[in-house]
Structures are given as structure tokens and as C-alpha cells.
Write a protein that binds this ligand. Structure first.
Ligand code: 5GP
Length: 207
């Protein structure tokens, strides 16, 4: 069987769904995952560290990097740019790691075009009321920003059926476990094993 190649796992979901915590739990529990650090032009929140949560940069620099083709995908979200730097992702995939991209829907659909074997997961809170509750509890955003993010959630809901799987994050442990099982199963799909299928098909012809 061909060497294990990593796959891209896109994780999207409404703001406040707990995607960040889910990603942390997944990478802490299993060692086949690595988290891509995105670049953004939004300002750091309290406690965020440059190079850990995001690479924070200016509009000017972000636009320069777009023109140089240095992002796999990029999108605008609530007035700021967000993008996935290409070099890290390609290097990790080649080394056999599964790369987690926590990105919004426009970016997710761009990734699907470029990496057809990517697995697209959409994570949601159990209800809209719970989502508002979690956003308020986080306490890092003003009421205006929360309203913007809820408006964006309404738009994003329309794209859920373009994803491969839907996960309801009502229990962190259960959701982490399910996510790991889905990704493990994805490794066994024909679309993630094209090289092997090509090899065995050729060998069969030679027998
Ligand atoms: P936040 O400002 O709350 O950290 O992120 C806002 C939104 O941007 C979230 O939905 C998050 O998943 C998304 N996001 C973060 N990084 C990227 C990225 O590199 N590309 C895209 N397209 N979206 C991103």
C-alpha cells in the first residue's frame, strides 16, 4: 500500500460554536493532526499571540501575499481578510500529517476545488439560542460585532449542504471522538487513495 499521505480537513461553523476548543482537543489527543495557522488583518483579541492563533498583518501585506499566490485560499469576513498560507500545508501533507483548516465557508469551497480529497466538516451549536449565549459568554466582542457575526451565521447556514459532514457540538468529548472517526474513515475512501488504486490497476493489467 502506498505511504500514508495526509489529508486536508476543513472545519467550518458559526462563530461561537466552539471550533477552536474542538481543534485543541483533537490535536492534544491524537498525534496525526496539525493545525494550520491562518493569517488575518483583524486585530488580536486579548490573550491572542502572533503566530499562535493567527499571523496578524496589514491589508497592504495581505494583498501583496495574495498577488504572490502564497495562500491556498482567502476570504473576507466581517470586514477583514483571512487566508491559509500554502507552504506549511503542503509540507505537512507530504510528511503524512492531516492538516486542520478552521476556516469560513467561502474559503472551504475554494479548498474543495484545489484539493478534491479534502474532507469538509461543518460544526454547529445545538440551537441558535445556544449560539448567542456562547457568543455573549465569550465576552471578547461588542454587541455590534456579535450582531455582525449572527448575520454572517444566517448566510453560512445556506452552505451547510455543500459539506461532507455535520457535527453538533453539544458535548466536547463526543464531538472530538466523532470527528476523529470521520477523518479515520475518510482515509479509507477511494478518493483519498487514488495513487494506490492506480498502482493496483496497473499491476492487475500486467498479471
Ligand atoms: P475569528 O475572527 O473569530 O477568529 O474568525 C472569524 C472566521 O474566520 C471564522 O469563521 C474562522 O473559521 C474564519 N477563518 C479563520 N482563518 C481563516 C482562513 O485562513 N481562511 C478563511 N477563509 N477563513 C478563516
Amino acid at each position: 500500500m502506498a505511504e500514508r499521505r495526509g489529508i486536508i480537513v476543513v472545519v467550518s461553523g458559526f462563530s461561537g460554536t466552539g471550533k477552536g476548543t474542538l481543534m485543541k482537543q483533537l490535536t492534544a489527543r491524537y498525534d496525526n493532526y496539525t493545525l494550520s495557522v491562518s493569517m488575518t488583518t483583524r486585530k488580536p483579541r486579548e490573550g491572542e499571540v502572533d503566530g499562535r492563533e493567527y499571523f496578524f498583518t496589514t491589508d497592504e501585506n495581505f494583498e501583496k501575499l495574495i498577488s504572490e499566490g502564497q495562500f491556498i485560499e482567502h476570504a473576507g469576513y466581517c470586514g477583514h481578510y483571512y487566508g491559509t498560507p500554502r507552504e506549511f500545508v503542503d509540507r505537512m501533507l507530504a510528511s503524512g500529517k492531516d492538516v486542520l483548516l478552521e476556516i469560513e465557508v467561502q474559503g472551504a469551497l475554494q479548498v474543495r476545488e484545489i484539493y478534491p480529497d479534502a474532507v469538509l466538516l461543518f460544526v454547529t451549536a445545538p440551537s441558535a439560542a445556544e449560539l448567542v449565549n456562547r457568543l455573549n459568554k465569550r465576552g471578547t466582542e461588542s454587541p455590534e460585532i456579535i450582531a455582525q457575526r449572527m448575520a454572517r451565521a444566517r448566510e453560512e447556514a445556506r452552505y451547510i449542504d455543500r459539506y461532507d459532514y455535520l457535527l453538533v457540538n453539544d458535548d466536547l468529548d463526543r464531538c472530538t471522538q466523532l470527528m476523529h472517526e470521520i477523518i479515520t474513515a475518510a482515509h479509507a475512501t477511494p478518493r483519498c487513495n487514488r495513487e494506490f488504486i492506480g498502482e493496483i490497476t496497473r499491476s492487475l493489467d500486467e498479471e
